[in-house]
Design a protein around this ligand. Sequence first.
Ligand code: HEC
Length: 136
Amino acid sequence: MRDVVLKLSVLLCFGLALHGAQAQTLGLASDLSNESQAGKALVVSREGQCTLCHRIPDHAGAMGDLGPSLGGVATRLSAQAIEARVKDSRSVNPHTIMPPYFSTVGLSHVDPKFKDQTLLTQAQLQQILAYLATLK
Ligand code: HEC
């Protein structure tokens, strides 16, 4: 009988350890990838400007609310819809106040220095989209 109890408790410990390991793996899986981490850094940076108008989940800095919170945005919108918004929000709302981050069309008062340059590079755009896709 003692033997059985011992075996059972060994099994139980093993089970718990396994469960712990699994939980850890799941935790790691939900962590941000390098690309989306870079995207989050951009989104909360002055350079990205997003926090002027949007609340960002798990970010403690000052944030504006001229636009909707980006919390859960990947549940509300498809990847394509998010991409269209970030590239050029005028495609959805011609009167939007959100800057077109990946378009040089129809802009006025652009400093000649920045003519034909998008606000974000292709790589930065991909990083931001990778981060936004994690906001479920
Ligand atoms: C000057 C304000 C402003 C800035 C800066 C801004 N946005 Fe927006 N954004 C808005 C507004 C307002 C909306 C709501 C729709 C509209 O009116 O265009 C919006 C909508 C969105 C949406 C769709 C959200 C939803 O739930 O429908 C996404 C995604 C988004 N913005 C991402 C960004 C990202 C990423 C940045 C930074 C790179 C950014 N925005 C910067 C104002 C802004």
